[in-house]
Design a protein around this ligand. Structure first.
Ligand code: 13P
Length: 257
């Protein structure tokens, strides 16, 4: 049975004062939920604060990116070990904003994933098609190449330590979520593709949906058999919204499909 997982991606938002309020409200809101799992991925400078405020709670924390090399002359970059030093559980890898704005490739993502696992982190590997690709009807081809591109380098044994996320780029920050049926179809496609390599890997892999997840659509997404949780951007910056999404995941968790 795959436990539902809800992960906040704060992106480049926050400051010490606001983070403190938000994290405390999230902890208060989810502390009695026992079935699903929760995490908050904060900007690197706030990892220490997240560690201070979330240690001993049922909310894990993580980073939004790590470099593809262990250490060296990479000005401004942050390694998987630096992130691990702050007790992180997760790191997001290959987000479409990294691919689009920072020219990161499947190869970069694969190298970051390998190092993240070596440093003891759980990578959350993001895939998803752009609006043009969606309109051209090539969603499956795009997602397949993103999945294979990483799996061929990372290898099946290490893939079992990865969480996948399907985030259609056209649904990110637009308020236009994929419908539960659309998201389910792509999640099922990802799981079937994993199953071609390894049945056990496919059945255990958690696949999160991301793209305008809010309290109003979370429950309908979470009841779909291949949607194992959410990666939440905008709504994760509002405590009531994020807590409501966590509650929806917890309610569905453990229910027979
Ligand atoms: P929104 O929830 O703001 O659409 O962002 C989704 C996302 O990119 C999470 O990684």
């Amino acid at each position: 049975m795959r436990r539902k997982l809800v992960v906040a991606n704060w992106k480049m938002h926050g400051n010490l004062g606001r983070n403190k309020v938000l994290l405390n409200e999230i902890v208060d809101g989810v502390h009695e939920l026992q079935k699903a799992e929760f995490a908050v991925c904060v900007p690197h400078p706030y990892l220490f604060q997240a560690q201070q405020l979330l240690s001993g709670t049922n909310v894990a924390w993580g980073a939004q990116n790590v470099h593809q090399n262990e250490q060296g002359a990479y000005t401004g970059a942050v390694s998987a070990w630096m992130v691990a030093d702050f007790g992180c559980t997760y790191v997001i890898v290959g987000h479409s904003e990294r691919r689009g704005q920072f020219r990161e490739t499947n190869d970069n993502a694969a190298r970051s994933i390998k190092l993240a696992i070596k440093a003891g982190l759980t990578p959350i590997y993001c895939m998803g098609e752009t609006l043009d690709e969606y309109e051209a009807g090539v969603t499956e081809a795009v997602v397949a190449s993103q999945l294979d591109g990483v799996m061929n380098i990372v290898g099946i044994p290490l893939m079992s330590k990865v969480v996948c996320a399907y985030e259609p780029v056209w649904a990110i920050g637009t308020g236009k979520s994929a419908t539960p049926a659309q998201a389910q179809a792509v999640h099922e496609f990802i799981r079937e593709r994993l199953a071609k390599h390894d049945l056990d890997l496919a059945s255990r892999m958690r696949i999160l949906y991301g793209g305008s997840v809010k309290s109003i659509n979370a429950a309908q997404l979470f009841v779909k058999p291949d949607i194992d949780g959410a990666l939440v951007g905008g709504a994760s910056l509002i405590s009531q919204e994020f807590v409501a999404i966590c509650q929806a995941a917890d309610k569905v968790s453990g229910r027979k499909k």
